[in-house]
Design a protein around this ligand. Structure first.
Ligand code: GL9
Length: 828
């Protein structure tokens, strides 16, 4: 019998030892199999979209192999893991990124071309996974790529929204929002784990229960839903490691509402069950404004509870003593959105694992680190106590207890300074009694991270001053970064090859500091020529996109000047528009013969306004109104063209960034915590026109003030200028352009009134007036440099060469130290 068994095992191993092959024939077979068996289409008749789906499934198979190996290896080695909790991940497309990280892009391209398909064309079929709003969410995606590439044993946890960030449609120059039902056509990149589920409880009451003479709290829920795991596989580059981004979807719970079926109202029971799914249905589209909505709180708790249960389950699979928990587990809070995780860990340890409170607290204090992405107090999240008490009654009790202990400790340290005590308390008394999520996160985390050096300085001096004085050692910064895999290799393949050619290696894709090696060739005429060629081809691609989208033909000789990011007053898209009006005004008032000297510009802008953000929506309309006038003015022609790129998202960014000559990062100093768009442009050799805000301060250190166009008030000038205001009579140019808008030069006079009011003297909070002169000078300097293409190209090369510090690989190496984790590289 034992012989028979070993023969069986032998056969099984033989069957299992069959890693998928990556030669063109094998790839073609796999793709065609998926056409036939996964898509259920005939191998003789399928379209590009079906080909894309089949292709993706074949890539996914290859990801799964590596993922299994990685997970088995992690399990065997049992290293300390990092769990990255974020309510938003802006992944964009997966296909190109996956095949590049797997190192099989060329093989696929060849296999496809033999089948009569083009890889790029199929890649265009993929929609974006837009489960996030902007910078914060894209940062999470970049960091996942770096965690995988650097072999860290990491998990990402988030929510699988059925509707991602809304689609922006422009009608008559106004923004309209449409739902992004991104799962409509299936999602080959996720693996549904129907058996991997956890119950998540809501509402109800808390009761005492006696067990072995001890009294424990028991939460009797009023509602229960099921969290189902969807795993998204994140392959590293140049490694076999493939890690998991686990997103939770809400499903009705079977355990719970059997009762309602027995009452006879079958139809209503089914319908109300189905409501459970609404928890994970839609992403909130407001960046940084907190409204205290119940659904939002439900989303936060839902994803946090499922994740924490999963983390504790994984720990208990290998360990029986919670003393070891901090040696094996690190949790990262991406902003305050997942801060309920702190309380959930406390609740499970105390109420379910029956640990002593102090012991549980000691564990909690060792495992959490927190990153804040905000600069202003108004951006901080607050949860109304009433809401929390009804939805999560036990959590409210725990928060009160944490706060009580904290305030008692605090009194010992700072005495009875009631103002300070009340500022630092986790509970805010006031008209609406609330929980301050940031205070909770700071109190319970071992580290509080800012996202750039300037950001840390700001929070130390302002929003978190009291806490900084109490725990200076907790406060650190980890300057944001972006992944060069997506932002150079995927989005700009020709630049990527050029860099490898001149550096004589592709190693920079993993070790981006090597880009500094380009510095020595910055003035080399051969490199310059090739560099310009690559840039031209990318501009051409962008120009084609613009024409296809809007019918507008733009000149490739013009400077492509780009500002793409969420529309926000502090990001000052309005300053950009007013600058354009000024440029237009100058062209109109010029002698015809002088117009030859004007450097032609294509001004490109893109970005979404939060649906309820009126002023931001007016900025979008103003752009269109100004564009309408200028683009149709025959006096202007190619000298100035305005383009709005609708529905800006990750894949649009991948197209636009490589084609930009100049990009604008012009927030009022002290408002942008970091900014990450600038880093993507920098990597692609685009010159920056910027204020000294956020991470720009550090970019200046890497590439030098002379390598960019800087202007504007600095952080410490801002309060002074706000106080003083500018005299519009002094700043005649600014007064004139605002007046043009006010007087209806671009139409919609009444509609733009409130927008113009925001920059009137005394109300100009974001200092457009006082920065206007400097802005125009910086723009003029850019024009002047553009004429000198040798110089411009040198600056462009030096930008790419100096971008290494802004890789998310570096950011993650910084975080790894804080988390106390080591690489765990799968050897197979
Ligand atoms: C942000 C900051 O505003 C940015 O300056 C920063 O670069 C990113 C990433 O750290 O985080 N914080 C924030 O709430 N958003 C950011 O972009 N907003 C969105 O993500 C929409």
């Amino acid at each position: 019998a034992s012989e028979e068994r070993s023969a069986k095992a032998e056969r099984m191993f033989a069957l299992m030892d069959r890693f998928l092959k990556n030669d063109p024939i094998s790839l073609q077979n796999d793709i065609l199999d998926h056409v036939e068996y996964t898509m259920a289409r005939s191998r003789f008749s399928f379209d590009d979209f079906e080909a894309y789906q089949a292709l993706s499934h074949s890539v996914r198979d290859r990801l799964i192999e590596r993922w299994h190996d990685t997970q088995i290896y992690f399990k065997r080695k049992d290293p300390k893991r990092i769990y990255f909790l974020s309510l938003e991940f802006l992944m964009g497309r997966s296909l190109s990124n996956s095949v590049i990280n797997l190192g099989i892009r060329d093989q696929y391209a060849e296999a496809l071309s033999q089948l009569g398909f083009e890889f790029e064309v199929l890649a265009e079929q993929e929609g974006d996974a837009a489960l996030g709003n902007g910078g914060l969410a894209r940062l999470s995606a970049c960091q996942m790529d770096s965690l995988a590439t650097l072999d860290y044993p990491a998990w990402g946890y988030g929510l699988r929204y059925q509707y991602g960030l809304f689609r922006q449609v422009i009608m008559d120059g106004f923004q309209h929002e449409q739902p992004d039902y991104w799962l409509n056509f299936g999602n080959p990149w996720e693996i549904e784990r129907i058996h991997l589920t956890y119950p998540v409880k809501f509402y109800g009451s808390v009761e005492d229960e006696t067990l072995n003479g001890e009294i424990y709290k028991v939460w009797i829920p009023g509602e229960m839903v099921e969290a189902v795991a969807y795993d998204n596989l994140i392959p590293g580059y140049g490694t076999r490691n493939t890690i998991t981004l686990r997103l939770w979807a809400a499903k009705p719970s079977d355990q719970y509402d059997m009762e309602s079926y027995n009452t006879g109202d079958y139809i209503n029971a089914v319908v109300s069950r189905q409501k459970a799914e609404s928890i994970s249905s839609v992403l909130y589209p407001d960046d940084r404004s907190y409204q205290g909505k119940e659904l939002r709180l439900k989303q936060q708790y839902f994803f946090v509870s499922a994740s924490v249960q999963d983390i504790i389950r994984r720990f208990k699979d290998a360990h029986s003593n919670f003393d070891e928990f901090p040696e094996k587990v690190a949790l990262q809070l991406n902003d305050t959105h997942p801060s309920l995780a702190i309380v959930e860990v406390m609740r499970i340890l105390v109420d379910e694992e029956h640990l002593d409170w102090n012991k549980a607290w000691h564990i909690v204090c060792q495992i959490f680190s927190f990153t804040t992405h905000t600069v202003i107090a108004e951006g901080l999240e607050k949860i109304p106590v009433d809401l929390l008490g009804s939805l999560l009654p036990r959590h409210l009790q725990i928060m009160y207890e944490i706060n009580f202990n904290f305030v008692e400790e605090l009194k010992k340290k700072i005495g009875l300074d009631y103002n300070r005590l009340s500022r630092m308390s986790i509970v805010e008394e006031g008209a609406v009694k609330s929980i301050r999520s940031a205070n909770l996160s700071i109190v319970c985390s071992h580290t509080v991270n800012g996202v750039s050096r300037a950001h840390l300085e700001l929070i130390k001096a302002n929003v978190f001053k009291d806490f900084y004085e109490l725990w200076p050692q907790k406060f650190q910064y980890k300057t944001n970064g972006v992944t060069q895999r997506r932002w150079i290799v995927v989005s700009n393949p020709s630049l990527s090859s050029l860099i490898s050619k001149w550096l004589g290696t592709e190693a920079w894709v993993r070790d981006v500091e090597l880009l500094t090696g380009l510095r020595e060739y910055a003035a080399n005429p051969d490199l310059q020529l090739e560099w310009k060629m690559v840039r031209k081809v990318n501009k051409m691609r962008l120009a084609e996109y613009i024409e296809a989208m809007s019918g507008l033909k733009v000149s490739l000789d013009a400077m492509f000047d780009v500002q793409i990011k969420r529309i926000h007053e502090y990001k000052r898209q309005l300053l950009n528009i007013l600058g354009i009006i000024h440029r237009y005004d100058c062209i109109k008032n010029m002698e015809k013969s002088d117009r030859r000297k004007v450097v032609p510009r294509v001004c490109i802008i893109g970005g979404k306004a939060a649906p309820g953000y009126e002023i931001a929506k007016k900025i979008i309309k103003l752009w269109h109104a100004v564009a309408e006038k200028i683009n149709n003015d025959s006096d202007v022609g190619d000298l100035l063209k305005l383009v709005f790129i609708p529905d800006y998202n990750v894949s649009v960014a991948e197209l636009v960034i490589p084609g930009a000559d100049l990009s604008q990062h012009i927030s009022t100093a002290g408002n942008e915590a970091s900014g990450t768009g600038s880093m993507k442009f920098l990597m692609n050799g685009c010159l920056l026109l910027a204020t000294e805000d956020g991470s720009t301060v550090e970019i200046i250190e890497e590439i030098g003030v002379d390598n960019m166009f800087l202007f504007g008030a600095r952080v410490h000038d801002v309060p002074v200028l706000r106080e003083k205001g500018v005299d519009l009579k002094v700043n005649l140019q600014f007064a004139r352009v605002v007046r043009m808008v006010r007087d209806g030069y671009f139409g919609f006079k009444d509609y733009f009134k409130s927008l113009c009011d925001t920059v009137e003297v005394g109300k100009d909070f974001y200092l457009l007036g006082s920065d206007f002169g400097g802005y125009l000078e910086a723009q003029a300097a850019a024009d002047k440099t553009f004429v000198d293409q040798e110089k411009w190209t040198r600056m462009s090369i030096l930008s790419t060469a100096g971008s290494g510090r802004f890789s998310s690989d570096r950011t993650i190496e910084d975080y790894a130290k804080t988390w106390g984790i080591e690489p765990c590289r799968c050897p197979f």
